[in-house]
Design a protein around this ligand. Structure first.
Ligand code: RIB
Length: 299
């Protein structure tokens, strides 16, 4: 069984601010840093740090080669990462004193994934392999259709949510890992249990993990619902918290740990990410997560 993460890679430009800019306001930043990010990238990093063998497919420009270097350092397979003659995608991240953020995306090479590239990449994968997708690259709907035709299991993190996403063939998705806002936009429902009810009404065979910020997360399928609380932490930077959760959850699940344990591990890993500045590099290693879980049990 192989796991393919077909997703975005960004150069993150993060500006620390006293508060998120208001309309018409000009704000001076206390600090600036440039780092590796993008939802596809961050999730591949989380998977690799968790101990999962993972392939990342996507596209960067020459200015983004340092992203590939970091992935290779972690042992992520990068054979399906294309280097194009265009700027790498980037994110402008405003970060306030409470660690909350606000992100502007420029798609760059993330928006240059073609149908031909999709065919080339998926030709290396087949029945029983897993595919992880987010919503920061072009033609995700085509990737879903082509991967389903090849017999792959599809996991979708529908982030960031967009109107086009609602037209995708979501009935082909086996696993949804999404937050409350994405859940609301997809189903039209506002309460967590109603979001889960509606997703399962539309896609009865799917599995859903709904994350609820400080209220934890809920797993749901046709027969059961499992709740998991958060691990309390001091928030420094929430960037990549959801990506960490997704990567650690999938790894634990593929390892056969069971949903409750997978939710627990994912909650602990994302709490560590939130306590540190940055995106991909703030994601903890499996050892750090194990130590934190042991501490949490003893404390
Ligand atoms: O999920 C966090 C990521 O979202 C950041 O790294 C940024 O690049 C945006 O894609």
């Amino acid at each position: 069984m192989k796991l393919l993460d077909f997703g975005s890679l960004n150069i993150d430009h993060t500006y620390q601010l006293p508060h998120l800019a208001r309309p018409g306001e000009t704000l001076a930043s206390d600090s600036y840093h440039k780092s590796e990010g993008g939802k596809g990238f961050n999730q591949a990093v989380a998977l690799a740090k968790a101990g999962q063998e993972v392939h990342l497919a996507g596209a960067i420009g020459q200015d983004g080669l340092f992203l590939r270097d970091y992935l290779q350092e972690l042992g992520v397979h990068t054979e399906q990462l294309r280097v194009l003659d265009a700027p790498t995608g980037h994110a402008m991240i405003q970060l306030d004193a409470e660690g909350q953020n606000c992100i502007i995306l420029f798609s760059g090479t993330n928006g240059m994934i073609t149908e031909a590239m999709i065919d080339e990449v998926l030709a290396e994968f087949g029945t029983g392999d897993y595919l992880l997708l987010q919503n920061e690259i072009s033609h995700v709907d085509s990737i879903i259709r082509a991967a389903h035709a090849r017999g792959m299991h599809i996991i979708l993190n529908p982030s960031p949510i967009s109107p086009e996403l609602l037209t995708w063939p979501l009935e082909l998705v086996e696993w949804f890992i999404l937050n409350e806002i994405e859940g609301k936009d997809i189903t039209g429902e506002t309460q967590p249990q109603a979001i889960l009810d509606e997703l399962l009404r539309r896609y009865p065979a799917c599995h859903v993990v709904l994350t609820l910020g400080e209220h934890g997360s809920i797993y749901a399928d046709a027969t059961q619902r499992i709740y998991q609380g958060i691990v309390a932490t001091h928030a420094v930077d929430t960037t990549a918290a959801g990506d960490t959760f997704t990567g650690y959850f999938i790894h634990a699940l593929l390892k056969g740990e069971g949903v409750q344990q997978a939710l627990k591990t994912a909650a602990c890993a994302s709490a560590i990410t939130v306590s540190r500045p940055g995106a991909g590099r703030s994601i903890p290693t499996a050892e750090e997560v194990r130590a934190a879980m042991k501490g949490a049990r003893q404390g």
